[in-house]
Structure formats: structure tokens, C-alpha cells
Design a protein. Sequence first.
Length: 440
Amino acid sequence: MNTASSITSTGYLDSLLQGRPPASALSWLNQLRANAVDRVGALTVPTTRDEDWRFTDISPLTKLSFQPAQALAELAPATVAQWAIPEAAARLVFVDGIYAPQHSFNRAGLSVENLVSGAKLHGAAVEQHLGRYAGFERNAFAALNTAFLHDGALLVVPRDAALAAPVHLLFIATRKQAASYPRCLVIAEPGSAVTLVEDFVALESGAYFTNAVTEIAIAGNAEVRHVRVQRDSAEAFHFANCAVSLAQASRYHSVSIALGASISRHNLGVVLAAEGAGCSIDGLALIGGAQLADTHTLIDHAVPQGTSRQLHKCIVDGAARAVFNGNIMVRPGAQRTDSSQSSRNLLLSAKARVDTKPQLEIFADDVKCAHGATVGQLDVDEVFYLKSRGLSDTAARNLLTYAFGAEVIERIPVASLRKRLEQTVMAQTQTAAPDAARVS
């Protein structure tokens, strides 16, 4: 990282550490926080000179001042209900990063609770997993989140428990210039199954800072379906790190949707740590105006006989920019790995831009791996076909754009959320009429 942007010289990340939560009664948790504070003091704010950030300029973030909310904002039940998922068996609500028990419920029959209280109840399990997967030694934002670790979501799925209904984690931003540090830990014990929805929404427009970390530990023969929806304010900054560990014959299915934020960054790391594990990673970024959406993924095949599938799509309009860096790593000895990756990108205007870099790093010889990337505009033959069936040029383009994004939306396993997002994608892909700035 660039020493010119070090914390000691700019004081930026150090200033964000003001207002940290009080000490916990758990000594190991206090030590974890203290270690993170030390790393914040040693790390630097990433710049475009860093390889992993060369397409993503976050300097606008460092020019603003953000502080954690000190008190829970009062919200009417009807306000929270607009984002409700009717199928949910449990819901935890966090307002500006603060747990809101009055808007939360748990009918799931398993442990879904605030991280602080859950850490006392499931002390040994939480201590074993918290901070283990989302390392902060070289990640300033993960370190900052851990330094602020207090309220958060803990989900413990007991052995052989299969929950058909989803668990909804709802993070609501209500304050301008506020910083929040959402934390989520999921422990799926052997043979269990669960669907998790992480939902980031905004009550009002304005600039605020969300810095989220999620860790998911999936034991043998367990399955986690993970839906992540980021629909923050168009002026917000959203940075997220998600780390997943897969044991023998376990499964992880992820669908990530990025719609909001001025600048967003999502780092997803999945380690297939035992034989027979598998994952599917799907993503969609739908952005316009001057938005920037960056997705970095690492699928790490550490042992033999792992399977992974990845599809990432970007729809970019206006002067927006999307970034995708997807790395599939096949370690030495990880024979009989079966992996494929696809990056497909649609540009809707002459100023829209996509930087995509699918990668394969293979250090084993008995593998089946493939990847590919496309960047382009709508297919003129498809547009012509729809026009020949009576649609106007605008209607034909709108329909094709919607269909491009709907392929990912359709993979969301929660019907009400899927329908709502389909409507959102339909609304955001509608244009009144083509203009000179749009790509023909």
C-alpha cells in the first residue's frame, strides 16, 4: 500500500476509531478488538496504486467525516415493514449499525440473536470462529470493522437441522454522515441447512459509510444459501468482506445483488477446505449515473474433488463503472477439481465502463477448469427480432436488458424477495427513448 496515505500521516482511519463500543465482559473478544486496533494503526488506506484497487478510487470517501451513531433511531413498525420478507422465520434489524430488538423476531427454533448476547451463550463456538476467516492482517476495512465489533448477527444452525424458511438480516441506514460496522457470523453444524438474506437498505438519501464483515463456517454435509442485497443510498459508501469456509461435502450457494451506493466494494472469499465441497457464486451489479461497483472474488480449491460455478453480470449505464476480478485458485494436490467462471457485461451508454478480469491459477494437472468474459452492447439481431414482432425500439431494448439481469435474480431462493427485485430491475432498466449518448 502507498505510505503516502498511511493512517499516521492522514489520520483518516484513526479518526474513524473514535466512538468505539465499550469493552466486553469477554476477554477474548476484547483481545480480538485490540489486535484489530493495532492493525488499523499499521495499515494504510488503499489507493489506485495498489493492484487490488487500481480501478477503484476511494479518495472521495477519505474527504468526508463519518462517526458511529450513538443512539438507536426510533422507527415506526410500518417503516420497517416495507422491507419485510413474509416467508422469514427470523429477522434481526440493525439501524445505523445498532441492534433494534423491538423490530426483530425469532420463530426459527434455532439460535438467531445479537452477536454480543450470543457470544456469551455460545462462547466456545463463537470464539473458535469469529475473526478466523475474514483476516484483518492486511485488510484495513476488515480491521476497522473488527475494532468496532459490538452489535451484529449470530446464526447457529444445530446439527441436522434444516430450516426451509429464510433468516432475514435487515440493516437500515437512517443518518447522513454516519458510519456503521455490520458483523455477521454463521455457524452451520454438520448436516444442517439454512437460507440467509443480508439486506442493506436506506431510509433517506445522503452520504454515509457502511463497512460490513460476514463469516460463514459450514461443517460437513451442511448447506448455506446466502442472498446479499445492497440497495444503499446513491450517495453512500459501501465496503464489505465475506469469508466462507467449506468442510467435507458441504455446499454454499451465493446470490449477490448490487444496486445502490456511490462507491461499493464487495470482497468474497470461499475456501473449499475439504474433499467433496462445492459452491455456486452468482452476482449482478446494476448501476448508472456516476456509480462505481467493484466485486473481487477468490474461490480457493485447497483439496481434491471440489466443484465451483460462478456467474457475474454487470449492467452499466450513464457514466458508471463496474469492476470484476474473479480468481479461481487450484492448489497443488487439488486434483479432480471441476470449476467454471463466466463474466458477462452489458454497456448501455457510450460513457459506461467495465473492467473485468477472470483468473485461473492452477497448480494441479487432473482438473476441469474454464473461464470467460464478454463486454458489449445489446445484440442488434435480437433487437431487430423483437421489433419485427411489433415492439418499439425502446421496448425491445428494455426487455432485453431486463432479461439479461433477470437470469441472476431468478436464482434467489426466496419468492417474495425475488419478485420485488425483479420489479426493481424492470424499473431500473426502463428508458423513455434512446438518445445520442446511448450505445446503438
